[in-house]
Design a protein around this ligand. Structure first.
Ligand SMILES: *Cc1c(COP(=O)(O)O)cnc(C)c1O
Length: 506
């Protein structure tokens, strides 16, 4: 135990050039500072008695200590800038630096959301252009830009649908959701008070259209479907499915998280979709977390557009305006979020679209699908593909290939860390036993994919050859060994010094 959690014979806790980093507050030396401030001479209180009397308690560090602290922290993050990030369903693609440069332009970055519209016509025009691109790519005329992530987009789309149903005096109670759906789909429906009806998959891993039709009636508000599904498979009966849902007066909500497989090739509006969200941080290369917030604009049909949240962007002879009242917003379900959406992400996404052009975006989806099929084709004899045939932008395996080896999906993914890879998505989707979901994206070169494929094949061979211990001990070379994930989440011990002392005492 001591060897695992503790310093393992090293007195610093460092592992070669991977350096430990205490919390900044643990490094505090009161009174130390990287800057020399002149003594405070101001004696009059300009804050009407509200000025702070006690010190704020900021840690005291010299400039080199601050630089080292943040540099070391930045090196602890494995991100898409460090290496291949095969996290299925997340589309961890390269974030072009051009996007970052444009988002930091003073004229955009320094705007304030409360500025009068007359002073921000440029950025409002940018909203309009982004809407135009998203509308063209989805084949759906209306856009609600404000949702702050995919899950928030789902909430927005489903609130729009609920409002439209209520407007026609037809409140319905059920929402159909395939079993393979991301957890946010049933969570969204349940949060809005709907009863969630889970649809089983057929032997081909697709929504069973016969089963779907059997469950359809005038109480179904919507079907929430993901296409391609979280199994990486195109729902090839989608048109027939959408027609059946419409025939009973329901709506089709598309979870657009997997749009990277379709962008430039298929317009969801042509498939009968009424509302869908687009994760700008997946399909359109804006950063996931870290570099900024997510963004989940929602595309809507003309029929649903009056019910969309405000603010709605209007263009007339006076220019662009964001409308919250009056006839344009009369049927809107209201405000979803403060201000207008994640402007910084809109700039990045539009920069990505403009720099690729329509043909470049089509190439993106083609290359993403090609890369996933390449991984699938070259690993299918070593790992066990969950379904027969090709895939879309991600490939799904079950744990049949690990049967009898004593190695679990969890162990296998931890062994990838020792090889310098972030693990793929594991145990999702739930419809497959011990799922491993790999999404390479279009960003990787063939050489990079080959190395990853070789790693997967070698690890699978080692598991089958009885090298079980290697997996159970993994990760052996990471800064931290395998944690008890439940305990780590519930009782995190963040203080490095306290941890090191506790480990040494154990
Ligand atoms: C990522 C994802 C979501 C949720 O999107 P967020 O932006 O993370 O809120 C929903 N559905 C699927 C299939 C996803 O992959």
């Amino acid at each position: 135990m001591t060897a695992r959690a503790g310093l393992e014979g090293r007195s610093t806790g460092n592992r070669a050039l991977m350096l430990e980093e205490p919390l900044i507050f643990e490094q505090d030396a009161p009174g130390r500072s990287g800057v020399d401030f002149a003594p405070l001479t101001l004696d009059e209180d300009r804050l009407g008695g509200l000025a702070r009397r006690a010190p704020v308690g900021l840690p005291g560090l010299s400039e080199p200590e601050v630089v080292r602290h943040f540099t070391r922290l930045s090196q602890k993050n494995y991100g898409i800038d460090s290496g291949l990030f095969p996290l299925g369903s997340c589309t961890m693609k390269h974030n072009p630096r051009l996007n970052e440069k444009l988002a930091r332009l003073e004229g955009l970055a320094d705007l304030h959301p409360l500025q009068p519209a007359s002073t921000v016509q440029g950025v409002l025009e940018l909203f309009d252009q982004l809407s135009h691109w998203l509308s063209t790519l989805t084949g759906m005329p209306a856009l609600a830009l404000s949702p702050g992530a995919g899950a928030h987009g789902e909430l927005c789309g489903m609130m729009t649908i609920r409002t439209a149903l209520e407007d026609r005096g037809d409140a319905r109670k059920r929402v159909l959701v395939p079993e393979s759906a991301h957890g946010t789909n049933p969570a969204t429906a349940a949060a809005l008070g709907y009863e969630v009806d889970a649809l089983p998959a057929n032997a081909r891993g697709r929504v069973d259209s016969a089963e779907l039709k059997a469950r359809l009636d005038s109480d179904v508000a919507a079907l929430m479907i993901t296409n391609p599904s979280t199994c990486g498979l195109f729902e090839d009966e989608i048109i027939e499915i959408a027609e059946a849902v419409h025939a009973v007066g329901g709506y089709v909500y598309l979870d657009g998280a997997n749009f990277n497989a379709l962008v430039g090739r298929v317009r969801p509006g042509d498939l009968g979709v009424d509302a869908m969200h687009i994760n700008l941080h997946k399909t359109f290369s804006t950063p996931h977390g870290g570099g900024g917030p997510g963004s989940g604009p929602v595309a809507l049909t003309a029929e649903l557009s009056p019910f969309a949240p405000f603010p709605q962007l209007v263009h007339d002879e006076t220019g662009f305006r964001l409308v919250e009242h009056g006839p344009e917003a009369a049927k809107s379900f209201g405000r979803l979020k403060g201000f207008h959406g994640q402007t910084g992400m809109f700039i990045r996404a539009l920069a990505y679209m403009l720099s690729h052009g329509g043909d470049g975006l089509r190439q993106v989806s083609e290359d993403a699908v090609l890369a996933a099929n390449y991984v699938l084709a070259r690993t299918k004899d070593s790992l066990s593909p969950a379904f027969e045939g090709g895939c879309m932008h991600e490939c799904l395996f079950d744990d049949t290939f690990l049967e009898g080896t004593g190695v679990t999906t969890h162990d296998f993914s931890k062994a990838l860390i020792d090889e310098g890879y972030h693990p793929m998505t594991v145990y999702f989707p739930l419809v497959v036993h011990g799922a491993l979901l790999v999404e390479p994206t279009e960003s990787e070169s063939k050489a990079s994919l080959d190395l990853f494929i070789e790693t997967l094949r070698t690890l699978a061979a080692k598991a089958k050859a009885g090298e079980e211990a290697l997996f159970h001990e993994a990760p052996r070379h990471a800064p931290r060994r395998r944690l008890n994930e439940t305990r780590a989440a519930r009782h995190p011990r963040l203080r490095w010094r306290a941890n090191a002392q506790a480990a040494a005492a154990e």
